[in-house]
Design a binder for this molecule. Structure first.
Ligand code: WT7
Length: 617
């Protein structure tokens, strides 16, 4: 009986809530569902501070055990015990309070992969401030858009970041962003010295963070939050409009982070867990910070790129620190595979126990290489499907419980009701493909889009009423395993970066003489997908280089298309809709399989576009 089953579900979730340290334990699990305005709460009457689960309880039980190991790309290593990490977080929390940050205020964090990026997130959580972490690769305009949306009172940035041989001018970009932002919410900018470079400081607004930390107290009473109070806002892209700030909350998100980290990787307090993601992505939030720390797992952080200054640097990091669980992206795996096996075979990698992959489809080639050569056939490869919106892993072969298979995310984790729906909303039963939806809430789901609950409902719950629609399609195989087949909306996944084609198009449209354009994704050997733009430009208007520069300015260098083709017109239906399917095939050079062109307004346009692509520009 459905109701009896739901009663058991409540028991399950209440048991899971006990993973956290609560000041007041919750008495109820889920309330609300995906119908109507999709207002869902979890553990709503519980009260807690997430950092007490991540820090205080471990600092009390095993103060000297290792909480965090950080290695810089210059080889410098920092090891922090639970007691050390708690003290650092408290100092930063006191510094934020001293700078005027109050509970509920947003704080923008714009930092490279240094220890302080983790410390600053936890420090916000300590005082009940809502962090919004901003990627170091965003352009000034990309940052300004998010500052205007999230209206933080304070920004923490760095003088500069190191990235391989490059120096990234973080403070300069943030200054530029603040001058472009139309809002004036930011009262204070705290600047962390990473390279020690001299950077301009705006009097009355900018302060050096180091001295503030030195002077701060090492104890900080945690703010006590309601389970549904926001913990952070994190921006991601969708098929329409500006990036949206997904809101994750203090209680349910933390339960999901802890549960999924333990179950997907079989991870506990004896592990050294390395998730290579930057803290500015949801993967970094959940699996560099909140999940492993809640579970008392030692977190490894490395500052740099896989192969800098020498190939195999990441393998050295694994050997040097005895990493047991290594969680990375298909893009990184493909790049390391391309270096050849000699690099790898020179390393032991004996400490590894479980391997994980996230962010994009891992093809069978990369999977098999990861399994055979990195894991030496001994470590399960956990291909984890999830999203910024889901807060944590949703579909994955839980280590030790579900047999992995190359390129297949396998089974939903406990509590996840994954379903496939066809275009009409009819469930695909048994083997077959459909749009991947979640038929019921789970504690880690984003609760809303910052500033626009209407957009939240319209984006995720309007396509299939009563269901959360992921934007991905999947195939259920004969044995029930889910194979993710890719996005079905206008989102392209470049090296794990989620990019809305509408954002690319609106940047390109600013170009001189641009009449219309279409951005699409095409398969790319290293990046998974690459972006290609087709643009119709008036004579004498912008060229390819100028249009690429517009994208770099509007979003960031990571979103710059592989190619911009200047064409005379775009393929359209008679009702004027751009036929992107055709553009994808032409850009991927699959011109034998274009199908029926007779429904196009001007079938001859296709030949002209092919000529441009084949001519190389
Ligand atoms: C989109 C979410 C998951 C956290 C990092 C990215 C794609 C993610 C997989 C996977 C195939 C995957 C989906 C998803 N994706 N993991 N294991 N296999 N595709 O989070 O930036 O919110 O992107 O990444 O298309 O919808 P995100």
């Amino acid at each position: 009986m459905a109701s009896a089953w739901k009663a058991d579900a409540a028991t399950f979730w209440m048991q899971q809530s006990a993973r956290l340290l609560w000041r007041e334990a919750p008495t109820q699990a889920q309330a609300g569902d995906f119908t109507g305005t999709a207002h869902v709460t979890w553990f709503a009457d519980g009260r807690l501070n997430p950092t007490e689960s991540c820090l205080d309880r471990h600092a009390a039980a095993r103060p000297d055990a290792c909480a965090l190991i950080w290695e810089g790309q210059d080889g410098r290593t920092i090891r922090l015990s639970w007691a050390d990490l708690l003290q650092r977080v408290c100092r930063m929390a006191n510094a934020l309070r001293e700078a005027g940050v109050a509970k509920g205020d947003r704080v923008a964090l714009h930092l490279p992969a240094v220890v302080e990026s983790v410390v600053a997130m936890l420090a916000c959580a300590r005082i009940g401030a809502v962090h919004m972490v901003l990627f170091g690769g965003f352009s000034a305009e990309g940052l300004a858009d998010r500052l205007d949306d999230g209206t933080p009172v304070l920004v923490v940035t760095a003088d500069e970041a190191r990235r391989g041989a490059k120096i990234i001018p973080m403070k300069r970009t943030m200054d530029d962003a603040l001058s472009r932002a139309t809002g004036d919410s930011v009262r204070t900018v705290l600047v962390l010295a990473v390279t020690g470079a001299d950077v301009p400081m705006t009097a009355g607004r900018d302060r050096a963070l180091g001295p503030l930390l030195d002077g701060a107290d090492t104890a900080c009473a945690p703010a006590i939050l309601a389970a549904e109070d926001p913990l952070f806002v994190l921006y991601t892209s969708g098929s329409t409009g500006k990036p949206k700030g997904l809101v994750h909350v203090a209680g349910g998100y933390m339960v999901w982070a802890s549960l999924t980290h333990e179950v997907a990787f079989g991870c506990g307090s004896e592990d050294v867990f390395w998730c290579t993601a930057d803290t500015s992505w949801i993967t970094g939030h959940t699996y560099v910070v909140y999940g492993p720390l809640a579970n008392g797992t030692t977190v490894l952080m490395y500052e740099g790129l896989p192969s800098w200054p020498t190939p195999g640097r990441w393998w050295d990091v694994i050997d040097r620190h005895g990493v047991t669980v290594f969680y990375t992206s298909p893009t990184a795996i493909r790049a390391m595979k391309a270096e050849g096996n000699d690099i790898l075979e020179a390393r032991g990698l004996d400490s590894l126990r479980v391997l994980g992959s996230v962010g994009e489809p891992i093809g069978e080639d990369a999977w098999t290489w990861f399994h055979d050569h990195v894991g030496k056939g001994r470590c399960p490869v956990v291909d984890t499907w999830w999203q910024t919106e889901t807060g944590g892993i949703m579909i994955a072969p839980a280590a030790g419980a579900v047999a992995p298979r190359p390129g297949v995310a396998t089974r939903p984790l406990p509590g996840v009701e994954a379903v496939l729906l066809d275009a009409a909303g009819v469930p695909v039963v048994g083997e077959g493909e459909g749009n991947l939806c979640l038929a019921a809430s789970w504690p880690g789901q984003a609760r809303t889009i910052w500033g626009s609950h209407d957009r939240f409902v319209a984006t995720y719950f309007a396509t299939y009423p009563g269901h959360y629609f992921t934007g991905d399609a999947a195939r259920r195989e004969a044995d029930g395993y889910f194979r993710i087949t890719g996005r079905v909306d206008d989102v392209v996944n470049v090296s794990g970066h989620r990019i809305g084609t509408a954002e690319i198009e609106s940047a390109v449209m600013r170009g001189e003489g641009v009449v219309e354009c279409a951005a699409i994704g095409v398969p790319h050997g290293l990046k998974g997908e690459g972006l290609v733009v087709f643009a119709v430009v008036q004579p004498g208007g912008a060229g390819e280089a100028a249009l690429k520069a517009l994208v770099a300015d509007a979003i960031g260098r990571y979103a710059v298309p592989e190619a911009v083709y200047l064409v005379a017109d775009l393929p359209k239906t008679r009702s004027g809709k751009i036929v992107r399917r055709l553009l994808r095939k032409i850009a991927a050079r699959e011109i034998d399989a274009l199908g029926d062109l007779s429904t196009l307004a001007d079938p001859d346009a296709v030949g002209r576009i092919i000529a441009v692509v084949q001519g190389g520009g």
